[in-house]
Design a protein around this ligand. Structure first.
Ligand SMILES: NC(=O)c1ccc[n+]([C@@H]2O[C@H](COP(=O)([O-])OP(=O)(O)OC[C@H]3O[C@@H](n4cnc5c(N)ncnc54)[C@H](OP(=O)(O)O)[C@@H]3O)[C@@H](O)[C@H]2O)c1
Length: 338
């Protein structure tokens, strides 16, 4: 085989960033034990970032981008991979610190490669791409939680960012797994698309934030993803600032934002009093590691000087209801036998 091949080459010297299709030879590859003829490579969000300016993800130039690819083995120094084997690679920092898929051939470390499963073609593997692979990981994580950890059937699953690369495939896969999928989206005109993918219910993104705000006011502490906590924080602070000023206009704004009278009253009475002498910053975010399954950064968002009892509010209500039932039962027995 000719040692020369074409690839997209990124380069950076000082402030100057360049990208061009170049003919290079195999000596370009400094690491790896399997040489692959690339058939397909996806276009991921990360690729777009890297193609633009390296996005601080690329450590060494010249560099070949492309965070995933599928293809066929040409040469191999590893006994597990033979010429003509179909292979896939996705993530593993390929296209960032290792040469990527925007090339006719690539040399890679065999431990990063997997053989293309018989049920899927190299083309379909890249149609799913890294986003599809991520959705599959999320879907399998739910299945694993259901079967291994919870031991009970999960019926309802919520997918946020539903029209995105990861979200849309997640809606499709989770529906195929038999879950009732509720899709959360910011795009009103994509309802038909999400229904076609299998979503049973579609919720506006604003609705989700409103529900989370109400939960934060009610329980005074909730756990969510770090990006959602960051969206929530300024909105929660604004709500409390509104509640501190007792005017009809502010009450109207609170009601329209929260659409919940209990939350509105709590903001106007309890929280307004609690934060009377505080000038702002009524909430805080505490980072809480990474979620099992998709590794999403998690956070606890809470009201400053929160009432610890607020988290037990539902439990207390349930116990009170039980007590009432018990008392009612006793009265009934008493009335029956007297
Ligand atoms: N793509 C990958 O290979 C990959 C791999 C690992 C992790 N991830 C992570 O998965 C997430 C989604 O990635 P993606 O590739 O699917 O991105 P994407 O195609 O850009 O989709 C993101 C979706 O998020 C929603 N969105 C946009 N702005 C928003 C906002 N301000 N607040 C809430 N939602 C908003 C939009 O959907 P709606 O309008 O329908 O809400 C958008 O389509 C990202 O956090 C990414 O880092 C992606």
């Amino acid at each position: 085989m000719d040692d020369k091949f074409k690839a997209i080459i990124l380069n950076q010297s000082g402030e100057k960033f360049s990208r061009e299709i170049k003919k290079i030879d195999k000596s370009f590859f400094k690491t790896g034990d399997v040489l692959v003829k690339v058939h397909y490579s996806g276009l991921n969000y990360k690729d777009a970032l890297i193609l633009r300016n390296g996005a601080k993800l690329v450590k060494e130039y010249p560099h070949i981008p492309g965070v995933d690819f599928s293809g066929q083995v040409i040469e191999s120094d590893n006994k597990d991979f033979k010429p003509k084997d179909d292979v896939i690679i996705t993530g593993c920092r390929v296209g960032e610190i290792y040469p990527g898929g925007y090339s006719q051939i690539v040399k890679v470390k065999s431990e990063l490669l997997i053989k293309t499963p018989k049920l899927i073609s190299n083309k379909n593997a890249m149609i799913l791409g890294t986003a599809g692979f991520t959705s599959l990981l999320c879907a399998f994580a739910i299945k694993a939680r259901e079967e291994l950890l919870l031991g009970e059937k999960v019926n309802e699953v919520l997918v946020t960012g539903a029209t995105g690369g990861v979200g849309s495939i997640a809606v499709m896969i989770l529906t195929k797994f038999g879950y009732n999928v509720t899709a959360v989206t910011g795009k009103k005109d994509k309802k038909d698309f999400l229904t076609e993918l299998g979503a049973k219910k579609i919720i506006d993104r604003k609705e989700l934030i409103k529900n989370m705000l109400n939960s934060l006011i009610k329980y005074e502490q909730i756990t969510t993803t770090l990006p959602k906590a960051k969206v929530l924080k300024p909105q929660a602070d604004k709500i409390i600032t509104l509640g501190k000023k007792n005017s009809l206009q502010n009450t109207r704004m609170l009601v329209s934002k929260l659409q919940d009278m209990k939350s509105t009253n709590k903001v106007k009475k309890t929280l307004a009093k609690r934060y009377e002498s505080r000038k702002g910053g009524y909430t805080r975010i505490i980072k809480a590691g990474f979620r099992y399954g998709d590794n999403a950064p998690m956070a606890v968002i809470e009201l400053v000087d929160r009432d610890i009892e607020a988290k037990k509010v539902d439990k207390i209500k349930k116990e009170n209801a039980k007590d009432k039932k018990r008392i009612k039962g006793r009265w009934f027995m008493w009335a029956k036998y007297t």
